[in-house]
Design a binder for this molecule. Structure first.
Ligand code: ADP
Ligand code: MG
Length: 465
């Protein structure tokens, strides 16, 4: 029986669909196209690199199971990436990365002891630069320390530099940007970026092959060592021991060490005390969740880089709602573009709402009188209760009238129920308030701007309300 890629992928999809919810399936699997089936390897095409990474990160075990089920134990999956980030014309096949690799082969050959002249491939990705790492108060210290290190690796007080923060906030980006900057300025010779996992796997290989001393020799020749996600070393005694030795040697030789972690050294469990105390020798800088303006700036950079056109209110909507993870900001954009091109949808606020809901648990769908009251009270810095009370203070009166005006125009509530929400006022008060607001807008341009700003916020139905 001859089976082709379309049939096989079709069957895979059936299985995947049974195991995912509708939205996930639609967002991440419908856009995939089967390309070919050669021997036991199925090639699928994804719209871009992010897509590939997202699938890898979130669905790899499901895919693995599915492919093995349909193709057999040796079944493998390869990716082809349709659009890449460069603005080159046409479509280009960029990669056919394998989803899972047998073992972990390293590019850097272990160096034979005694041979000191070698050039290491730094294993850096050139997409992570300082230039495209947006600065905000959330990352200021870490970024500044990184810059200083790049100019003088090993010679600042920031050794080691430990960058810590939650997932998706730019630790890897920043650590690699430092490495790339050093390479381009040539301020140090051998730069090496390695994930803790890879470091561990290399060590395990070396133990198997009885070549631990080669392994150590190799690492001791590095001038700038960047180890990503050191929290993965938790509980790995042997790896920690070897890492401790390498660390000491490099530090003593004034070589630069940069580490990232999803938690502060003091919160690292199952990590040797002596290693943690070494981490405290240098600088520990955290990266926080970016503030709204920073999120907006990050989105704008991505849009420009990928040459995507998107209305401003849509971009703002995304920045308002996706708060905790920069990777998700990118994810929303990419997923919107994928939906727009593949399902021929308009890139507008409706599509944004649809996509954003896949990423966050709750987006307010309806604006309520209460949410408007809270927003306006915040804006005028008055207590929200005052809007419902009898206060006649000017500031409160304006806030109250404006809240009524917005409630009338942006909710489905009747005049009567709006009035009730303001401490049992009647519907004629609401009508009067709306008229008063209109009059003020006609005479006071500043006030008009304020109203426009608030109306925009209401339309975005910010989820924090
Ligand atoms: P982490 O390693 O902390 O999990 P990453 O460094 O992988 O996070 O960042 C996730 C994504 O967000 C990456 O694509 C990265 O380029 C992007 N990113 C994070 N922070 C910023 C920033 N300040 N400016 C621009 N892009 C950022
Ligand atoms: Mg990372």
């Amino acid at each position: 029986m001859v089976i082709d890629h379309v049939t096989v992928w079709g069957k895979c999809l059936q299985y995947i669909k049974e195991n995912l919810n509708d939205q996930e399936f639609k967002t991440w699997f419908e856009p995939i196209k089967p390309i070919k089936l050669f021997q036991e390897s199925l090639t699928i095409q994804v719209p871009n690199k992010f897509f590939y990474e997202w699938i890898e990160e979130n669905y790899v075990s499901l895919l693995k199971k599915t492919v093995r089920k349909e193709i057999g134990e040796k079944g493998r999956l390869e990716y082809q990436i349709l659009l890449d980030n460069h603005k080159e014309a046409g479509q280009r096949k960029t990669t056919s990365d394998k989803v899972w690799m047998q073992g972990d082969e390293i590019k850097n050959p272990f160096v034979i002891p005694g041979i000191k002249k070698m050039k290491v491939d730094p294993q850096l990705s050139d997409q992570y630069k300082f230039e495209n790492f947006i600065e905000g108060s959330c990352n200021q210290l870490a970024r500044a320390a990184g810059k200083a290190i790049a100019d003088n690796p090993g010679k600042t007080a920031f050794n080691p530099l430990i960058i810590f923060g939650n997932v998706g906030l730019g630790k890897t980006h920043l650590a690699q940007a430092i490495g790339n900057d050093i390479v381009s300025k040539n301020t140090a010779k051998n730069v090496l970026y390695v994930s803790s996992e890879r470091f561990t796997n290399q060590l395990i290989e070396a133990i198997k092959k009885n070549s631990v001393s080669d392994f150590m020799n190799f690492y001791q020749l590095i001038d700038v060592l960047i180890v990503d996600d050191i929290q993965f070393l938790a509980g790995r005694k042997k790896t920690q021991e070897i890492f401790f030795n390498i660390f000491n040697q490099l530090h003593q030789d004034k070589k630069q060490i940069i580490l990232t972690s999803d938690r502060a050294p003091k919160d690292m469990k199952d990590m040797q005390e002596r290693l943690i105390s070494r981490f405290k020798w240098g600088l520990t800088a955290d990266i926080q969740v970016p503030e709204f303006e920073t999120r907006l700036a990050i989105l704008e950079v991505i849009l420009e880089k990928d040459n995507i056109q998107m209305p401003k209110d849509v971009v703002e909507f995304i920045a308002f709602n996706i708060k905790n993870n920069v990777r998700e900001l990118e994810g929303v954009l990419i997923s919107m573009v994928a939906q727009a091109t593949l399902n021929q949808k308009e890139i507008d606020i409706y599509l944004a709402k649809e996509v954003v809901q896949n990423f966050v648990n709750k987006v307010d769908k309806e604006v309520t009188v209460e949410s408007i009251q809270k927003m306006v009270a915040d804006h005028f810095k008055v207590e929200v209760e005052k809007l419902r009370a009898k206060t006649r203070k000017r500031q409160v009166v304006v806030a109250r009238q404006l809240s009524m005006y917005l409630a009338k125009n942006h909710t489905k509530s009747s005049l009567k129920s709006i009035g009730e929400n303001f401490g049992g006022r009647d519907h004629s008060t609401v009508i009067y308030s709306c008229k008063a607001v209109q009059d003020m807008m006609d005479t006071d341009l500043n006030f008009k701007d304020t109203v426009a700003d608030l109306e925009k916020k209401v339309q975005l139905s910010i989820s924090t309300l």
